[in-house]
Design a protein around this ligand. Structure first.
Ligand code: NI
Length: 254
């Protein structure tokens, strides 16, 4: 069975057929549906309430931090009391779009790690072209205490080593199947199986042969195939180990 450790089924790209997509997923046992803005919080909670196999993560993506206030942190704290909220995220730094001043992104990244430590939930980290600062803040804010996932990992093997040293997991999705994605294939080879979790980032980043189309959790089977090839181990083993890893990081019991 598959555990999709990172998806966005609240996205408007699922507005026409969300129910149908979620009911027809093949071989998917659990999904972590991840918030990205204050506006998305209610949506991820509603979806988690409706579908027994979907959990929720609450947090604000770096590109959405421009207008954040301390009151929003209190609101986030309230949301963490919901029984299906199992993580804080996605939070982090995005220097690719650079749509919010870097100091502001850093401030709210740190504040949300602080919140995660307060409520003892793991974090889901977004890092785009901000590898050095991301690791620095994870270290200085003691992210090790709560653990979590570097989602849609795009760094080098050296950065993966830093992530492992923090006791965190490396999230791998559709990009590992792309033909010219040399770096993430190297990372997949380097990171031990017990530190890898699989993800879609649906509706984005569909794997080959569906690159560019809308993604959904069952397409993780193509990610499993590629990791099986890279590691030289059976697909069943990749599926089983990564499933257990996601349960462990999100502390899901059954
Ligand atoms: Ni995401």
């Amino acid at each position: 069975m598959i555990f999709d450790s990172h998806a966005h089924y609240n996205d408007s790209k699922f507005n026409d057929d969300r129910d149908e997509v979620l009911k027809n997923l093949d071989n998917v046992k659990y999904i972590m549906n991840v918030a990205d803005s204050m506006k998305s919080l209610k949506k991820v909670i509603n979806i988690a309430d409706k579908y027994p196999f979907i959990y929720a993560s609450v947090g604000v993506h770096p590109e959405e931090t421009g207008e954040l206030t301390s009151v929003d942190m209190d609101t986030l704290l309230e949301y963490t009391k919901h029984k299906k909220v199992k993580a804080i995220g996605e939070i982090g730094l995005d220097y690719y779009w650079d749509s919010v001043e870097r100091d502001i992104q850093k401030k709210w990244f740190a504040r949300q790690i602080e919140l995660a430590r307060k409520v003892n939930l793991p974090i889901i980290v977004h890092d785009r072209e901000a590898h050095g600062d991301t690791i620095d803040i994870l270290k200085s804010e003691n992210a090790r205490d709560v653990g979590g996932i570097l989602h849609c990992f795009s760094g080098s093997v050296e950065m993966a080593r830093d992530v492992l040293n923090l006791g965190m997991y490396v999230g791998i999705g559709g990009t590992v199947t792309f033909k010219n994605a040399r770096k993430i294939k190297e990372v997949a080879e380097y990171v031990p199986m017990d530190s890898i979790v699989l993800e879609t980032d649906a509706p984005y980043l569909a794997p080959e042969p569906f690159r560019g189309k809308r993604n959904s959790s069952d397409l993780i089977k193509y990610v499993i195939e590629e990791i099986s090839r890279i590691k030289g181990i059976p697909k069943e083993e990749v599926e089983k180990i990564t499933f257990e890893n996601a349960k462990r990081v999100y502390r899901i019991e059954d």
